[in-house]
Write a protein that binds this ligand. Structure first.
Ligand code: SAM
Length: 369
């Protein structure tokens, strides 16, 4: 079938949805992710004009790399599946977009210092973990990652999360944020091996995936700064009290200070630093254009992100009221009550009833209408 996204039109096989062997992957649901990629790459080029080369390391039909190439990037697309490589080549040619398509394993390309790219984009099936070391070994400026394995990331598939991300994820009611912070933790630790520091410019958890864009600084001190942003979250599953603390060692007692005898869940080391940069989100928003099919959704998401208080960890207002056995009130009224009491408070992009605040769960209870 023919698909038009942004300024390009490509051929993709009709999807059976069964993940059939030999079928090149394409997911229309990821259009928002790809529209944001094009806008974020434009915003990045504005801030780093010498960035020119872009590697779509797991390209499938080539849609992402073709869109980057059509937007002026010197793009290289890679896939280990020969059918994907053939299709990506056709799609590049069909759009008169200059670029190379390599039939290779992404890790082989990424580990090769002769093939260093300014921007590396990872969008494999499921976890990006097997590609992180090779990516940070040679990427120059920006690394963009999609992870679709949300159950391991958020701790719902605990053992798998521990294996893939070498940290302790915990299944809490802020599961999407847990996924964001587990992924960023693994990326920070992987980059630090190569004396590279990561700074997230834009991160969103949308439906069944996490997407992040991290800016790289090549120095041991920047890598140390990123490691310093790691720490633990202590969470009470009973009263939803939680606290976070930086540091690689978890040294809190097991019991919740508010519920006698309830064991705390400890997650970490996870990323406790900022997950986005407001100015970059605003710049990305300016680079959305009318060709983009998800322009309005992308703009709403970026607006919410720019206004989001960027601290761990968010609450879900409906879940709190559920615990208190009271009917929830409107979000605007609720947030106004927190602000009137002197707390910072914002909506978050994680869901319509989610919010972030510097108030503790006890303080929220005291001022909630
Ligand atoms: N980025 C694409 C898009 O936006 O439509 C989707 C990519 S699809 C989810 C993942 C692709 O990664 C598949 O085509 C698969 O063949 C490829 N892949 C998986 N592991 C790979 C590896 N080690 N090296 C190269 N390609 C790989």
């Amino acid at each position: 079938m023919e698909v038009t996204e942004g300024a390009v039109t490509i051929d993709v096989p009709e999807q059976s949805g069964e993940g059939v062997e030999g079928e090149v992957f394409f997911n229309t649901e990821q259009e928002l992710n790809r529209d944001l990629t094009v806008a974020a790459l434009r915003a990045y080029r504005e801030r780093e004009p010498r960035a020119e080369t872009y590697l779509d390391a797991t390209c499938a039909s080539g849609i992402r790399g073709v869109r980057a190439a059509a937007d002026g990037w010197d793009a290289t697309l890679v896939d280990r599946d020969p059918a994907a490589v053939a299709l990506a080549r056709e799609n590049l040619a069909r759009n008169d977009a200059a670029g190379d398509v390599l039939h290779d394993d992404a890790n082989a390309v990424l580990w090769d210092p002769e093939d260093a790219y300014d921007v590396v984009d990872l969008d494999p099936f499921g976890t990006p973990a097997p590609f992180l070391d090779a990516t940070f070994a040679n990427a120059r400026d920006l690394v963009c990652v999609t992870a679709t394995d949300t159950a391991p990331l958020c701790g719902a598939h605990f053992a798998s999360g521990v294996r893939k991300y070498q940290t302790t994820p915990r299944n809490t009611e802020y599961h999407a944020e847990m996924g964001v912070r587990v992924l960023l933790s693994a990326m920070a630790r992987s980059a630090a091996r190569f004396d590279v520091g990561v700074a997230p410019l834009l991160t969103h958890a949308t439906r069944h995936y996490v997407r992040t864009y991290v800016d790289l600084t090549h120095s041991a001190s920047a890598a140390n700064d990123a490691v310093d942003a790691l720490g633990h979250v202590y969470h009470c599953p009973e009263c939803l009290w939680r606290e976070h603390e930086r540091g690689l060692r978890a040294d809190r007692p097991d019991a919740c200070p508010h519920c006698d005898g309830t064991n705390l869940l400890t997650a970490g080391p996870i990323w406790l630093g900022a997950t986005h940069d407001d100015a970059f989100c605003e710049a990305t928003r300016r680079h959305l254009d009318d060709d983009m099919g998800t322009r309005e959704r992308a703009a709403d998401l970026l607006d919410t992100l720019s206004g989001e208080l960027d601290r761990p960890t968010h609450y879900d207002q409906h879940k709190l009221y559920g615990r208190w056995s009271e009917p929830a009130v409107g979000m605007d009224e609720f947030l106004a009550a927190l602000r009137d009491a002197g707390h910072d408070a914002s909506r978050t992009h994680y869901g319509g009833t989610t919010f972030e605040t510097d108030a503790s769960v006890g303080e929220i209870r005291d001022v909630a209408p």
